[in-house]
Design a protein around this ligand. Structure first.
Ligand SMILES: [Zn+2]
Length: 151
């Protein structure tokens, strides 16, 4: 196995910009959700998986919301392929996407609903979909309580 460092200032700048866990898109979605009265956990550990986090987790509803960065997660509209070390980058991004699929499958096997969005999506649209899913999950839990007690 060979590890090649990013080769140009441009790529380094992009890496440091993109590697921020707390993206502007995610913060905007969180702000809107909070303003609408929703309460959630931030960067909640994926149960049973080391070092993986759910960006916005509704633990009682078991709803995981992930806001994926266009570059790191291979958005079909905005993914760019750095020219330098192209092979290394392709492998790295492929691994990221593979990890995303693993995380989805794992969460679903634990009874979670997984909603993934791209960082380029409008926060208002994202929040609308999240709100609908939260309401639906909560309604579902009332009909089929997981544990024999409320709240
Ligand atoms: Zn995108």
């Amino acid at each position: 196995m060979r590890t090649v460092a990013p080769s140009s200032p441009d790529v380094s700048a992009r890496m440091s910009r993109q590697s921020s866990k707390d993206t502007g898109a995610e913060r905007a979605v969180r702000r809107l959700l909070h303003a609408s009265g929703y309460r959630y956990r931030v960067h909640y550990p994926v149960p049973g998986m080391n070092r993986r986090k759910i960006d916005i987790a509704f633990t009682r509803a078991r709803l995981a919301v992930l806001i994926d960065g266009c570059f790191w997660h291979g958005c079909p509209e905005h993914a760019t392929s750095p020219k330098a070390n192209a092979e290394w980058w392709q492998r790295k991004l492929d691994r990221n996407m593979e990890r995303d699929r693993e995380t989805n499958a794992h969460l679903r096997s634990q009874g979670w609903t997984v909603l993934r969005f791209w960082e380029h999506e409008s926060p208002t649209t994202v929040v609308r979909q999240v709100a609908t899913a939260v309401e639906r999950e909560q309604a579902g839990r009332v009909q089929q309580p997981r544990q024999g007690r409320r709240r």
